[in-house]
Design a protein around this ligand. Sequence first.
Ligand code: AMP
Length: 542
Amino acid sequence: MLGLMQDWPLLLHRIIDHAAIQHGTREVVSRAVEDGSLRRTTYARVRQRSLQVAKRLGREGIALGDRVATLAWNSDRHLELWYGISGIGAITHTVNPRLFPEQIAGIIDHAGDRILFLDLTFVAMVEQIQDKLPSVERYIILTDAFHMPDTTLKGAVPYEDWLAEADDDFAWAEVDENTAAGLCYTSGTTGGPKGVLYSHRSNVLHALAVAAPDFMGLSSRDTVMPVVPLFHANSWSLAYSAPMTGAKLVMPGAKLDGPSLHALLEGESVTMTAAVPTVWLGLLQHLEATGGTLTSLKRVVIGGSACPRAMTEAFERKYGVTVSHAWGMTEMSPLGSFCSVKPVYEHLEGEALYDLKVKQGHPPFTVEFRITDDAGKDQPWDGQTFGRLKARGPAVAKAYFRREDEPILDEHGFFDTGDVATLDAAGYMQITDRSKDVIKSGGEWISSIDLENLAIGHPDVAEAAVIGVAHPKWDERPLLVIVPKPGKTPGKDEMLAFMTGKIAKWWLPDDVVLVEAIPHTATGKIQKTKLREMFRDYRLPG
Ligand code: AMP
């Protein structure tokens, strides 16, 4: 017997409709790419313009299942494009502009995008690769006529002129909720392009799950600044969860440096924000240098790579801002876990609480975890035993776009995340490493992340990375690579003395090297492959 409740498909346009009806006057504030000034609009207006986008796209011949690409910073225009593109049944392909031009050309070609919307920042780069983009029929520049540059891009017009050619008298496409709505390629540097194809249903369920109090904890009284880009896996859902709850949105545009972010946090009274650790490094350095404070910010979500303990302590102790460590990946829509405090750990305080907060946390309803050995055997949830982290749920990928024949799930329907992790009895997950970054020393595993977290706690260290280097007896031993703070030169003995007693003795790095910069990937993570290449000819002392 079937239930007798209404069939109300989980479609993304319902989010912006709800925002416009219930929270129509709530603001969306964006830092303009053109001149850094602030542009203000509302959810009601964003919805109107999204309808215009959908209608205007229809006139371009865009229809169900077509891919439409964006190469853009976080802004109101990018937001209305999202809702407009999926609102006509097409697919928003958010392209990561931090990839190499060749990679960008490769994924746009692989996706078969028909129109490309781009910010002024990227015009020159796209001109260089446009002859490698045969599927793109025309380019729309996200600006107005006044700021429109001379460009060789095919059919290029200013977005505002293009949009003005349609009104908002449009009915959203009522498609099946499993229809594809978004496409995002993983930032992996090896193998062919891997596109994750989100559906309306998966994005709506993910947005609902992560808005809840133990996770993003959003409400209509919040002012949310997603620093994490819309092109980095749905800005961790904030472009959906914020309008869904009626939170005011602050979009930082192209300026992600410490002073610019600080100005927005204070000027717009932001209560909650989210980004990768590198971004917060810039903010904390700025605050330290200027004696700045954070007067309205209550919560910061940090993820994308491991959040160093020192960063959590700095936010919480010095600035009174609660840190939620989050873990996820493009294939998970992207959030898989948050580190909020469950009642079992409520008694923790001081150092013990920070020991908990370095963990990546527990999954929301809609995500299930298991850890297994290489043979697929489940490992105990004892907080000690490492295993391959596997996940399943309605917002986890089951195959990659245009690689549908390649199986990526195990026999129980779990996706192997490629991360190595522990799970404790209370369900808290802690990432030990990427399976390819873990250091294998004498048959035992050493977590590069644990060593990095520890090293970054030294007051002279700005950034730290640990890689395994070949060793004749132990196979691999850890090498600690450090970017010192300006004017500091922490020595090897000093670093090892600092780390001694805080980890097993055999985990101590065999050497410490100072460098000017550590390479990062397009999503701001330490690029271990490049770092290993840099140290290919390096030999450990002795
Ligand atoms: P991406 O798909 O580019 O977001 O990359 C996902 C990968 O980033 C994960 O599989 C992890 O290896 C890493 N990652 C994300 N969040 C964290 C975190 N909080 N701690 C450690 N690694 C993380």
